[in-house]
Design a protein around this ligand. Structure first.
Ligand SMILES: N[C@@H](Cc1c[nH]c[nH+]1)C(=O)O
Length: 367
């Protein structure tokens, strides 16, 4: 099923794009067929499962572009220089696994800013641009910061392996919670694992059975599980701090104050909070009513896994059944992963977002 792609929607899309061009964005495009393989990993589990893939005899596994950001970062890293601002307009394709009424192809108009001079200003520029386009539409913004969550996990006083597992599952709130409970000693180690470790030495004397893993891989894995089983639990104090952090959902200035309180005991989030504070100043100087701006620490945890800083969305006030009409965020690490181009091995700070004209039309119609 495709979203409303009537002439009126394309006209609307072009109108939005002309605003972005007015902001100095250069019009760009990406092929509809993209190489799947490693690119797909960059999106994370949700989009990996939802991409339409197909085989090409010469090029291997291909996919219908699930978004523009990844191909545009690739293009940018291969050739252009900073600062650069891009806009694109076209369809993206994603399977819908549960809701048949949701379209599998829809139009996006996007804006991507590659500019590391002042990241707070770039975050504010992107957010304020979308807020401007949506000024007369009944929507409410939401903001968050994946950088604060990442810094909190990095700061946990536990083994590197546990931190890495939590980081990997930051995007799956349920799994993340289950891991935290286990690492905090709240839920016991799974019985099968305890049994495996108890029997591991006895098994080592058995002849190796040909399987998917070599003997040394199995030994390494068992060693890792042993280290894990003997690691001290994450303290209740740290778990409480993390819980308090994940629950923050207030207007931005109040959220900032609460986060600063949490940072007294969880100093690893200090720098990310300073970044948030600078962003709020930059938003204010762009005319955003920061005092009323909602902030939710857990916001953005279930979307694109390439976000690692500021995240935002605008949701319809009147039609609560539709996804946010515009979303975006910062993805500095993605530019490093896809880098290796003109600026050596590092990345370039980058932030962007998309607006969906079909959803804006629905938000307006529901007024
Ligand atoms: N590509 C993202 C939106 C985005 C653009 N730039 C940053 N984020 C999406 O399709 O959801």
């Amino acid at each position: 099923m495709s979203a409303d792609t009537s002439q009126a929607i394309w006209d609307r899309a072009r109108r939005y794009q002309s605003v972005l061009v007015g902001q100095g964005a250069q019009v760009t495009d990406a092929d509809i067929l993209q190489p799947a393989g490693t690119l797909l990993d960059l999106y994370g589990e949700d989009i990996r499962a939802r991409a339409f893939t197909t085989q090409d005899p010469l090029r291997g596994e291909q996919m219908l572009r699930p978004d523009f950001t990844v191909p545009i970062v690739q293009q940018h890293m291969a050739s252009a220089s900073e600062p650069a601002r891009y806009t694109y307009l076209g369809k993206v394709f994603r399977k819908q696994e549960t809701d048949e009424t949701r379209p599998t192809e829809f139009v996006q108009v996007g804006f991507e800013v590659f500019d590391g001079k002042d990241v707070a200003a770039a975050d504010a520029e992107v957010f304020a641009t979308f807020a401007g386009i949506l000024a007369d539409v009944p929507v409410t913004p939401m903001t968050g910061d994946i950088g604060i969550l990442r810094a909190a996990v990095i700061g946990l006083n536990t083994t590197q392996r546990r931190r890495a597992a939590l980081m990997r599952h930051l995007w799956r709130p349920r799994r993340f919670r289950a891991l935290l409970d286990r690492f905090g000693g709240i839920t016991p180690t799974p019985a099968a694992r305890t049994a495996l470790l108890a029997n591991a030495d006895a098994m080592a004397d058995l002849p190796a059975v040909l399987g998917l893993r070599s003997e040394s891989e199995i030994a390494l894995r068992i060693d890792a599980l042993r280290v894990d089983a003997s690691a001290d639990p994450i303290s209740g104090f740290e778990l409480d701090l993390l819980d308090a952090l994940l629950k923050v959902r207030e207007t931005a200035p109040n959220a900032l104050a609460t986060l600063r309180d949490i940072a007294v005991d969880l100093p690893s989030i200090g720098a990310a909070i300073d970044g948030m504070s600078m962003r709020l100043d930059a938003l204010e100087s762009r005319g955003i009513d920061v005092d009323a701006l909602p902030f939710e620490a857990a916001y953005g945890r279930t979307s694109m896994e390439y976000y690692d800083g500021f995240v935002f969305g605008f949701s319809s006030n009147t039609n609560l059944n539709i996804p946010p009409v515009a979303t975006g965020g910062r993805y500095d690490a993605l530019t490093a992963v896809l880098g290796g181009g003109h600026d050596g091995n590092g990345g370039v700070p980058a932030v962007g977002g998309v607006i969906r004209p079909d959803l804006v039309a629905r938000a307006e119609a529901a007024q």
